[in-house]
Write a protein that binds this ligand. Structure first.
Ligand code: AMP
Ligand code: TRP
Length: 329
């Protein structure tokens, strides 16, 4: 079975976009791949986080992953800091990465171009830590959003360079980019991605939003003045996005939904989308509450990190041996 690995960086609350675009896919992959999913808490602190908020976001992210259907009997789920090899290999790989490569990373470049002050050294070297996250587990595939593709490509370069220099050590991974359509747009501005950094929060549905709040956001979603339900991504992007959300969650095709509401005005369609979204949120939230109450999270993470560490420690030992870091008595 091929191995797949992905990390999430919960610097805020998970959104409906995260669910449709990423989380649900991981849940589907867990049957066909050996799936390793971790919470990238070391990556969170590349920018300051309030400690109480961070702790809550980390716990919620684990609980939501389980609530959405990730099964700890199938997938290995753990917290990055529980496996010490990440930080250690991250440092070793930083010593095998050139400044020129890190300077080219768009996430870092964009932030410096915007004149952002107080950028940390951790933010700069974060792609080396991400490479360590992946290479420790000999992962074949890394499912990520488009914005992370460059980091997986750097991981490939680092792995190949290391293999050439020290002999075959790492599996060279491939990025797996979500299919087109896995990009849910903001409800208040359909030209922008639905994102947890949405300041007004009106365009973004959080997985832990009260269903009433979620319904309100959908009913006031920005559409257009054609007053005609059609599938026209270019001219009616807001409407298209709503139909896409309903289609993704209900399993019905977008055409079928558009046909059903043709000639009925947008209010009816929005009501239907709200019903579908709220019923999904209620399901997720009821499982989320059960999981939080059952106090299973600690046990799941501790079993997950034991399984992960067995793989990671073996890789790290091999790396140290190749480099000549240990003393043979
Ligand atoms: P982020 O929350 O931006 O760190 O993204 C985590 C993952 O969730 C990304 O790799 C994306 O694949 C996915 N994701 C985030 N926002 C959206 C969205 N609006 N539509 C679809 N997928 C998304
Ligand atoms: N950098 C990813 C993000 O911001 C999170 C991440 C950290 C990750 N390490 C990873 C993703 C390893 C895939 C594989 O979304």
């Amino acid at each position: 079975m091929k191995r797949m690995l992905s990390g999430i960086k919960p610097t805020g609350q998970l959104t409906l976009g995260n669910y449709i675009g990423a989380l649900r896919n991981f849940v589907n992959y867990q049957d066909d791949y050996e799936m390793i999913v971790f919470i990238a808490n070391l990556h969170c602190i590349t920018e300051y986080q309030d400690p109480a908020d961070l702790r809550k976001n980390l716990t919620d992210a684990v609980a939501l992953y389980l609530a959405c259907g990730l099964d700890p009997d199938k997938a290995t789920i753990f917290l990055q800091t529980d496996v010490h090899a990440h930080a250690e290999l991250g440092y070793i790989l930083a010593c095998n990465t050139y400044l020129g490569e890190l300077n080219r990373m768009t996430q870092f470049k964009d932030k410096s171009a915007k004149g952002e002050k107080n950028m940390t050294a951790g933010l700069y070297t974060y792609p080396c830590l991400m490479a360590a996250d992946i290479l420790l587990y000999n992962a074949n595939y890394v499912p990520v959003g488009e914005d992370q593709k460059q980091h997986v490509e750097l991981t490939r370069d680092i792995a190949q360079r290391f293999n050439n220099r020290y002999g075959e050590t790492f599996v060279v991974p491939e990025p797996l980019i979500a299919k087109v359509g896995a990009r849910i747009m903001s409800l208040s501005d359909p030209s922008k991605k639905m994102s947890k950094s949405d300041e007004a929060n009106k365009g973004c549905i959080y997985l832990l939003d009260d269903p009433k709040t979620a319904r309100k956001k959908i009913m006031s979603a920005v559409t257009d003045s054609f007053a005609d339900v059609k599938l026209d991504k270019e001219n009616q992007p807001g409407l298209y996005n709503l139909i896409e959300i309903a289609s993704a969650l209900s399993g019905r095709s977008m055409e079928e939904i558009a046909d059903e509401f043709a000639g009925q005005g947008y209010g009816k369609l929005k009501g239907y989308v709200a019903d579908v979204v709220c019923s999904e949120l209620e399901k997720i939230q009821s499982r989320y509450n059960e999981i939080i109450e059952s106090r299973q999270i600690e046990k799941i993470l501790s079993e997950g990190s034991a399984k992960a560490a067995a793989i990671a420690d073996e890789t790290l030992a091999r790396v140290k041996n190749k480099i000549g870091l240990e003393i043979k008595y």
